[in-house]
Design a protein around this ligand. Structure first.
Ligand SMILES: Cc1cc2nc3c(=O)[nH]c(=O)nc-3n(C[C@H](O)[C@H](O)[C@H](O)COP(=O)(O)OP(=O)(O)OC[C@H]3O[C@@H](n4cnc5c(N)ncnc54)[C@H](O)[C@@H]3O)c2cc1C
Length: 426
């Protein structure tokens, strides 16, 4: 065995960092943080919008307002956000109320993909200066629970641990599921968000100049999510068997594209006999790929309204007056691919949004599909601190304890508190 640590953390995303900073600040124990990437690869790295208002990002089944607010203060002290001011919210909220929609007021800071690297490097440097060991660019491939050993790169090296914190994020959720199976930990996987990403001219969604990321909650479990403007882009992410669209934006230092993008998502809670949100996501994602030649599909609102598919030769003509930022998407007919109940609820919500912020349903606006958010397999925890077995903790988005940067960091703090209380460290 190479070396032994009191605590090993897998994943240097916000959840792993939350645990590492808390332990470094409050104890003198030996801590190692491992990441397969040389730079934290989740939301800290991409766009990095930080939300400081409960319950955004916090699954309410696991987090109360009081505890979350305490945690958010700690997170804020590390991330030092420059929160944007909100303007004219009363006007939008009155319109929303009349339509039966809620508009949240969220304290938020946006770092931007280009500036996020600097933030991550600063955090890692600070952590190292506090005595935490790091092992970056090495993948954890297995865990020998009986001998409390962590195996890296298929046996190239291994480390011993007393406590283990697994925080591999959404990209590591299948690996985390394997760990749960090996440990005999039960888990729940019944929630999935299915939706579309909307891209429009900024002048057709002017609310973004008053509020960077407006969060509207519509009836039927639909909400807006992850709004980007300025130097904003729609991107695609690879999953097993399909691409999901997403969006991000660079900081205000990069020239604006004049476009805005955001997701409209519907949350689906599955019940017996179909209980796996991930399975449902795979089926829908794969069907979308089959209908659009292996790429996400896109349709102009003008075509959608008339019930006809968008075509490559007409996609950028006349009223269809801007080029999509996700150029590889296939013009098509999203209503062929989206289950009708989901489509109905998304369209109803878009019409409500157009009443609150008139313009978003301009014929040029693009609907991209699919945007799918799977919500991990949430394990059965044995205590409040996200422990699943004797000294083994599972946290962050991969374990369903968070859905965003600040909540992920908070879940890391909670696990660290659990380790401290278990070993009488405070
Ligand atoms: C494109 C994109 C943009 C996003 N933008 C935002 C945003 O603006 N604001 C927001 O609040 N949330 C955003 N999110 C969500 C955000 O990523 C998560 O909520 C948050 O990062 C979760 O933190 P985490 O620590 O659980 O996981 P992550 O941040 O995903 O970190 C997990 C880390 O574990 C590492 N890892 C995984 N498996 C292994 C392994 N086997 N061995 C070693 N290392 C491993 C990964 O490399 C990764 O660095 C975004 C997500 C994506 C994909």
């Amino acid at each position: 065995m190479n070396e032994k640590y009191d605590v090993i953390i897998v994943g240097s995303g916000p959840a792993g960092l939350g645990t590492a900073f808390y332990l470094a600040e409050n104890t003198g124990i030996r801590v190692l943080i491992i990441d397969r990437s040389s730079l934290s690869s989740g939301g800290l790295r991409n766009d990095c919008k930080q939300n400081y208002t409960y319950p955004v990002g916090f699954p309410e089944e696991l987090w109360g307002r009081e505890e979350a607010n305490k945690m958010l203060k700690v997170v804020e002290a590390y991330l030092e956000p420059e929160c944007a001011s909100l303007k004219n919210m009363d006007i939008y909220r009155k319109r929303a109320d009349k339509t039966g929609v809620s508009l949240l007021s969220v304290r938020q800071a946006h770092v931007g993909t280009d500036r996020a690297v600097g933030l991550i490097n600063r955090l890692m440097k600070r952590l190292i200066s506090m005595g935490v060991h790091t092992c970056l660019g090495n993948e954890v491939t297995g865990v020998d629970y009986r001998n409390r050993r962590l195996i890296l790169d298929n046996g190239v090296r291994d480390y011993g641990f007393t406590s283990l914190v697994l925080a591999p994020g959404r990209s590591g959720f299948k690996w985390l599921q394997k760990c749960m199976n090996e440990l005999g930990v039960n888990y729940l996987d019944n929630i999935v968000d299915i939706g579309v990403r909307i891209e429009a001219r900024e002048e057709n969604y002017p609310i973004v100049s008053d509020c960077y990321d407006p969060k509207f909650i519509f009836p039927d479990g639909v909400r807006t999510f992850c709004t980007n403007s300025g130097a904003a882009r729609v991107v695609q992410e690879k999953y097993e068997g399909y691409y999901s669209v997403n969006g991000h934006s660079f900081s205000h230092e990069i020239e604006s594209s004049g476009l805005v993008n955001f997701a409209m998502l519907k949350t689906i809670r599955l019940t017996d006999p179909v209980v796996s949100g991930n399975q449902f996501a795979d089926i829908l994602g794969q069907m979308a790929m089959k209908l659009s030649g292996g790429q996400p599909m896109m349709q102009r609102i003008g075509d959608f309204r008339m019930g006809r598919r968008s075509k490559l030769e007409t996609f950028n003509k006349d009223l269809y007056d801007f080029k999509p930022t996700l150029a590889g998407a296939t013009p098509g007919d999203v209503s062929l691919a989206i289950p009708s109940k989901i489509m109905r609820h998304l369209w109803k919500s878009l019409k409500m949004l157009d009443t609150i912020v008139p313009g978003i349903l301009h014929p040029s606006t693009i609907i991209y599909y699919p945007e799918i958010k799977t919500y991990a397999n949430r394990p059965e925890f044995t205590d409040h601190y996200f422990m699943v077995k004797d000294g083994i903790y599972m946290i962050g988005d991969g374990a369903g304890t968070s859905r965003g940067i600040t909540a992920a960091w908070s879940s890391g703090i909670r696990a660290a508190m659990g380790i401290c209380s278990r070993h009488g460290l405070l």
